[in-house]
Design a protein around this ligand. Sequence first.
Ligand code: ADP
Length: 470
Amino acid sequence: MTDNEKITAKLKVAEADQRDVGKGIVRVDDSFREKLGLKPFDVIEIKGGKSTSALIGRPYPSDSGLDIIRMDGLIRINAKTSIGEYVDIRKTDWKEAKSVTLAPVAKGMQIYAPSETLKAVFMNRTVSKGDFISTTSLRRSRERETFGKGIMFEDFFQDFFGPGMGQSFGLGEIKLQVISTSPSGIVKITDMTEVELLPEAAEITPEQNVPTVMYEDLGGVKDAITKIREMIELPLKHPELFDRLGIDAPKGVLLYGPPGTGKTMLAKAVANESDAYFISVNGPEIMSKYYGESEKGIRDVFEEAEKNAPAIIFLDEIDSIAPKRAEVTGEVERRVVAQLLSLMDGLKARKNVIVIGSTNRPEAIDMALRRPGRFDREIELRVPDTEGRLEIFQIHTRGMPLAENVNLMDFAQITYGFVGADITALCREAAMSSLRRILPKINLNEPEIPSEILDTLRVTREDFENALKD
Ligand code: ADP
């Protein structure tokens, strides 16, 4: 350990800027860089509940004088920390990786990517066993050279060629987990590294902790994130605060707003960020069960949540479970509402279970559910404004090799009325349009697409314009 490596600093975790997401970079104020003897792109160890590594970037001028460290959701997971908590950082040594084995985080997702491609995507990144990393890292123009090599993953290709192709182009973001490294400890991926990708997700962490959605994956919803952190993250993580104040932590929060504005994503993100167990229940689905089965279904969900607390129960389309009594036609609804109410009343604040209900029609919900101690807090998700749309465009083009002529702000300005789901679909369609262009050059009988062809893959302005027409 060098002298510098013995000096540590305690900094408060803050969210990353969109531009940094997926890059393995953190930012701290200059005074701390000096104190710790850090130059840009030095490697630091970050110690929260766990320890991980990251590269140090140049500070943002607006953060000057603040004792914060900006990091994205994956680094927060890797360091087992979250926004607002303190971590210890210090300069650290690293070894060159001989080999790194990665696996997809999502079950059932098959990815095909040659070692050379992965190496190019993750070049100069430091990792340790268990870390999550994402392929968003190379999206700037100067980085495109390497990114052109492309990663392929299944669902895109299946959309295009139908099931069975088993691979697809990398036009989106893929999250991977580091399963092992040689040597162990903090290693850097270099030219010398052999990068291997396992075909399937590996169980090195329990499934509910797989960080599929983090706060940075949601655009244009800053206010909603602030509110949900206060209403859900805080009580789940620190129930003692509420005890101390002698007030009850919320049991139920209602998320409302038009379809496709990110209600489901937000619920998943808060579960991931609070390290809580997440169970999702689809309203119409549970209502379609046989006699007595719907109530039992709901009871089982509450039981599972209590067993795995801290937990979040997500009741999607709650208006179908608990419509206004006046609107209730069937006896099933009456029984299910009664069951839900009694389960919520029975939830002890101490049990650390929070129910999130989601609806497009808040006015259509049984008033009994809105009483104190039930769904007594609400958060609205609105149709995003231009700024919000821009953020969503940035998020959904993170992993795409964008052509120079694409200015996302232009598209954010002309997509008035689009919600998140519309923008996702638009970006996806633009990617498909770029794919169609290189399709004639591909021999579909070949298991691998030659990298010379992949290198030419670019999503252009015209691709977005085509997508808009559809
Ligand atoms: P809701 O639950 O409000 O109907 P979802 O959370 O299911 O909407 O969103 C559907 C999809 O639309 C998401 O998977 C995501 O790709 C995209 N999306 C929606 N809202 C946003 C947002 N605010 N930021 C980024 N993507 C979004």
